[in-house]
Write a new protein. Structure first.
Length: 311
């Protein structure tokens, strides 16, 4: 009998612990025919705000040793277009649960986006939406987002406002660049979050020495990829010790071993992001590798791996 691959992330029931990370999987349809959706527990749509947003000037990404620095800037068409066009298109091709990543310039905007998403999710094609992920820590936008995740008082107020606007599973995405994650986790708990996700990308910058100019149009951006994995493991470990909230762990997941490491540190589920750009088969490989590990080590399934580190 094989491993039971089901996990529960703060009320979000998933058939696999492997999630497609926000900002790397588009609106959920871009990988159809390339990725094995049967091995994906949930798809996180790229960031959505109230009104259309142009994102940052070009160039927007730069490869670095072991990773990628991006400054897309959360470009998007706005929540109404997302709900009327993107989600129905996704739902007509897949019933894998969708997590909607939201952001905004004010607490009120976050709450309004959450309200509209939740109302749409109550019926029809948008019922495929099962959770909201609040992006409070994006390092490559100049308005909103990045500031909320670095002030515990504002963070708690934001989470409370979004909690009042939705009955969907509420996940809060936290930044890695803080002295201690504990007060931020506590703020999420106090605000009524169901789960937390971390890490977001790490603030970074690349300089073109021949031009003596920043390589990115936004000057700086967010670092992701293999190189951030040890940082993610430590952040997840610290967060797990500070809270009973389930954790969607992410950061440099390229193999099943990477995912298992994050789960042993405290992750209930793991998200794959940058790796999918070069290998859409990574989701199936990570899913199958976790199953094999559970069977080999006598775990009933990935739900038993969360925080199973023998330290």
């Amino acid at each position: 009998m094989g491993a039971d691959m089901k996990v529960n992330l703060g009320g979000l029931e998933m058939d696999s612990p492997v999630v497609a990370a926000s900002g790397t999987f588009g609106y959920g349809t871009e990988y159809l025919g390339a990725a094995d959706y049967s091995k994906i527990g949930a798809v996180t749509a790229k960031g959505v705000r109230l009104e259309p947003w142009p994102g940052n000037p070009m160039p927007r990404h730069c490869e670095v040793p072991g990773g990628l620095v991006n400054a897309i800037g959360l470009q998007g068409a706005g929540v109404e277009s997302f709900l009327s066009m993107s989600v129905p298109w996704y739902a007509s091709n897949s019933q894998v649960p969708m997590i909607v990543n939201i952001w905004g310039g004010t607490v009120e905007e976050y709450a309004e986006v959450a309200r509209r998403v939740s109302e749409a999710a109550a019926s029809g094609p948008c019922s495929v939406i099962k959770a909201i992920e609040c992006n409070v820590s994006c390092p490559n936008v100049r308005e909103g987002g990045h500031a909320f995740g670095l002030d515990t008082h504002v963070l708690a107020r934001l989470v409370r406002a979004v909690r009042a606007a939705t009955s969907l599973t509420l996940i809060v995405k936290l930044p890695p660049n803080v002295a201690s994650v504990e007060p931020y986790v506590k703020a999420c708990e106090d605000g009524g979050a169901d789960a937390i996700s971390l890490i977001n990308t790490i603030p970074a910058m690349v300089i073109d020495i021949e031009r003596r100019r920043p390589a990115l149009g936004n000057v700086s951006g967010g670092l992701s990829g293999r190189c951030v994995h040890p940082v993610a493991v430590k952040a997840v470990y610290d967060a797990h010790r500070a809270t009973k909230l389930p954790i969607l762990a992410m950061g440099g997941v390229y193999t099943a071993a990477d995912a298992i490491e994050l789960m042993l540190a405290g992750g209930t589920a793991v998200a794959v992001g940058t790796a999918a750009f070069t290998d859409p088969g990574v989701f199936a490989a990570v899913h199958d590798g976790i199953a094999e590990y559970c069977e080999r080590h006598g775990f009933a399934g990935p739900a038993a791996l969360a925080g199973a580190l023998e330290a």
